[in-house]
Design a protein around this ligand. Sequence first.
Ligand code: GLC
Length: 714
Amino acid sequence: MKYKDPNLSVEERVEDLLARMALEEKIAQCMQIYIPPENREEILARIRAVGLGSRILSDEQLAGSVSTRTASIADLNEVQRVAMEESRLGIPILSGTDVIHGQHTIFPIPLAMAAAFDPAAVEEACAMAAAETASMGIHWTFAPMMDIARDPRWGRIIEGFGEDPFLGSKMAAAAVRGFQGELDDKGYIRPGRVLACAKHYIGYGAAEGGRDYNTGEITDHTLRNIYLPPFKAAVKAGVGTVMSAFHDLNGEPASGSRYLLTDILKEELGFKGLVISDWSAVSELINHRVAADEHEAARQAFDAGVDMEMISECYNRHLAGLVQAGVISQERLDDAVRRVLSVKFRLGLFEHPYAGKDGQMEQLLLESHRAASRRLAARSMVLLKNDGLLPLKPDTGRIAVIGPYANERRSLLGSWVNDHLVDQPQTLVEAVRAAFPEAQILTARSGLYDEMLMAAAAADVVVLALGESHARNGEYNCVASIELPAGQQALVDAVAGLGKPVAAVVYTGRPAALTRVVSHVNALLLAWHPGSLGAEATADVLFGAVNPGGKLPVSFPRSEGQIPVHYNHNSTGRFNPRYLDMPVTPLFPFGFGLSYTSFAIDGLDVQPQAVEPGGKVRVTVTVTNTGTREGEEVVQCYVQDCVSRRTRPVRELKGFERLALQPGESRRVTFELGMDELGYYGPGGKWVLEPGDFKVWVGSSSEASLEGRFRVIG
Ligand code: GLC
């Protein structure tokens, strides 16, 4: 037996294997490479000689913006067989790719998922994506991305869970649970699940100017209180891997920072999995001009705590020399290899190395997955304005469904979809016609604004589908203006000028400045990039089959001139900040979203009024559906530490619950606030809960006004 039987502990199996590994074999485990067809034989020879840690299936460094091909099951199995049967130790290879919001069944983009304020739904989506991915023989997804983002100019805002640390933490943990599932009694990930990856560690969303890869300058106080919580939650949820980011943060590249990767992540948070660099981020230390060459880049990244190098080959070329020269200790090398081997054992890779044994391709495009995607898409949509026009009635007369996104398919899927069936989505026009075959639906050829106006002129009501292409956001796709793309405002103005009632639908990945749209329409529905069933979900909401209940996970600025604008800003010492030419408040605040019904939130009760530092405060309210149809409200609980030794936000989300209520139905909702919710990283970066007064607000957005108080004594 090349390695100990699975009845022994992972630790014993790792130590047994490690003790038998030669230097070159250890270093091979610290590499992730792409296997291009033209180099296949050379790479297979290398695998026979020393093995390989991992192969990445994305063949594009901007995988999210272009469709990439995933290796076939036959190819995955053949390469795995060479590793298992023709190398000396038979260590299996970990295959990984970017399954960010679905593998074949595409779910709404992660920012949209966050808008549902429903961690269980996110967990379900990730579990389904895991099942589809695992059935293709892929072991590892580079997700969830959990970068806090406060700048909609940054294209990757679509990929995370928005601006709030608490919401981001809940979503990150839910996604990790969904991808990896509950570990079995020996701590192994069960078949049908995949290894998750918390990325991009850390502070990637703080890129100056919203320009991807750009420098980030954030204080340690902000780093720990705003950007770290989602990673802390992911580590607590048992995430198997973490990806180090590209950018320079506070004077050192994240992929070369021992402070970030070892002091905080591995030692302070106790992360026991493996850290992989982002694509060539190790060799890019040279571009950051902190390393003169690959030799120094390898030393810096490995010493910092990057256990596995993605794509670039600094480790392959220089790690042996660094270890033999004693510059990198044997202990550090063994630590990295232990982490890699532990992940492989925990994934059950030694027992289930081949694809096709556990429901090969049977998990793809299951009707249950499609139904879940449609449900989550509808629940993620945010109703931003409605003067009563929505929901539409199919017999409303002639309904014009027009606009640049009325007949669009691919962009509904959003960025970061590999191997999808690009013609999979229905268009909005097709979905509306399929849902209401008797309705009189008019449309026009996309791009022909004159024909669109003719359809609108002939209609009784207009559905105007606006938005941005999936190719305009995602990695490296950043914009200076967050207005809708050129021409769309003119179309809005022209359609509005016809005097017909207009419901605008906005398919967008990033927050757009909708200031001049909202004033010209009767209703405004934010549909995000809603995935494979996004058109059907849009029709579900527009015509009332689903009552929208989504809330904004990120503030929507009036203009890019306001950026950064976010609800959890600090107090200021003097007058409240202002602009002379625009309000300082966003067009739509964090947590905002309307419904086809109405809700009352009252009866606030805060007990106890005085709590010991180790105790919990229970904040309870009554939520009532005061309208005439069923609906879902996301009740939100915000807290302010009235006086603290370091400045803190004017309010912070510390609890939320999405409630479904029938007309007239009331329910009591309680939020428990303890050390985890009330403490913060204070002086010296230490987690503290300081005695003193706290305010609490409960409501339906970050503008909640139902206020209570309590005191932490001690
Ligand atoms: C990309 C992205 C990262 C992705 C990796 C592999 O450049 O930054 O999120 O997981 O490379 O495709």
